[in-house]
Ligand binder design. Structure first.
Ligand code: UT7
Length: 323
């Protein structure tokens, strides 16, 4: 059977770092509150004139370099983003152009913070079908541009960045000892649209709008939904929590990571944590965390990884990946 295997990862963070103390000078908050409630110490902010497509292109180049491939080897680009440079064209086609590609298929996926899990699952299905061989799956966001910088309940939580992986078709045995993507599960529930949303859009207000969130309620759903979908995904691959070497989670809040690990009976030492340095970068957070742990040597060949995310919609999902 065909398996899609991640053969390279890359990421990019804008140079400008915004620390908690600097934020506390702008809105009524404190380093102590942000750190205690979220685990966030700092976030990166895109420069003027630096767009989501620039972040995504830099991450894609790094992933291609790690895979030892050229852009011309890629036949599929899927970009997960809620902050495309423009309403259209798709950010993926802008990245395709910036990579210098004149062929292949490129499109965006909108599933907010779960976007990378959605994009990875779609790319896997397209590769396993036999129609595509080499995919760039990118999560890229500039949430700084849709934040209400006067709302302390949300502006302290998010940052900008991008992460990317190169997926390639390989032959597998069908056993869960294969390297590559073993299983994924996605969910959506539109009844919760009003707990995390942007209050504008091209088809309604004609404006971009700003992010709004009922944080406490999102938190409650996140822990339950994430623990459930992680268990469901492991079961689909015939695996157990005790088989997991690394959880590579969406980085919304350290307390969510701790509570979810507890529910699965996993020690927090097996969770890749980047929320302290990156804050919540929405669709970019899972590939950013993955690239961090690959490059620092924590993730080793044949390790079982469990990727997970939950976000606006609600949308949520997980993927079991043998490294
Ligand atoms: O990526 C998509 C998924 N997103 C998430 O998963 C986010 C999930 N939610 C969370 O991470 C947390 O709910 C938050 C970090 C957003 C908030 O933490 P919390 O412990 O749930 O706090 P809260 O919303 O219950 O607010 C507690 C208090 C409130 O004051 P009162 O009403 O108790 O007087 C807030 O007004 O903290 C206040 N508060 C702040 N205080 C200082 C809210 N934001 C701040 C702030 N600084 N930045």
């Amino acid at each position: 059977m065909i398996r899609s295997r991640i053969i390279g990862t890359g990421s990019y963070l804008p140079a400008r770092i915004l620390g908690n103390d600097e934020l506390a000078a702008r809105v009524e908050t404190s380093n102590a509150w942000i750190l205690e409630r979220t685990g966030i110490r700092q976030r990166h902010i895109a420069a003027d004139g630096e767009f989501t497509s620039d972040l995504g292109t830099a991450a894609a180049r790094a992933a291609l370099g790690a895979a030892g491939l050229a852009a011309a080897d890629v036949d599929l680009i899927i970009v997960a983003t809620a902050t495309p440079d423009q309403t259209f064209p798709a950010c993926a086609t802008v990245i395709q152009y910036k990579l210098g590609m004149a062929s292949g298929v490129a499109f965006d996926i909108a599933a907010v913070c779960s976007g990378f899990l959605y994009a990875l699952s779609v790319a896997d299905a397209m590769i396993v079908s036999g129609a595509y061989r080499t995919a760039l799956v990118i999560g890229a966001e500039s949430f700084s541009r849709i934040l209400d910088w006067e709302d302390r309940a949300t502006c302290v939580l998010f940052g900008d960045g991008a992460g990317a992986v190169v997926l390639r078709a390989e032959t597998g045995t069908g056993q869960n000892s294969d390297r590559g993507i073993l299983a994924h599960r996605l969910h959506s529930d539109g009844r919760y649209n009003d707990l995390l949303f942007v209050d504008g859009g091209p088809g309604s207000t004609g404006t971009t709008g700003k992010l709004r969130m009922k944080g406490r309620e999102v938190f409650r759903h996140a822990v339950t939904n994430l623990a459930d979908v992680m268990t469901e995904t492991l079961a689909a691959a015939g695996l157990h929590a005790s088989d997991v070497a690394w959880v590579v989670p969406h980085q919304a809040n350290l307390r969510i990571l701790e509570a979810t690990a507890r529910k699965l009976g996993l020690p927090i030492e097996r969770v890749v944590i980047t929320v302290d340095g990156h804050a919540n970068t929405s669709a970019a957070s899972v590939p950013l965390a993955l690239d961090t742990a690959v490059r620092d040597g924590r993730i080793k060949p044949n390790d079982l990884l469990l990727l997970e995310a939950m976000g606006g919609g609600f949308t949520w999902g997980a993927a079991a990946v043998r490294w």
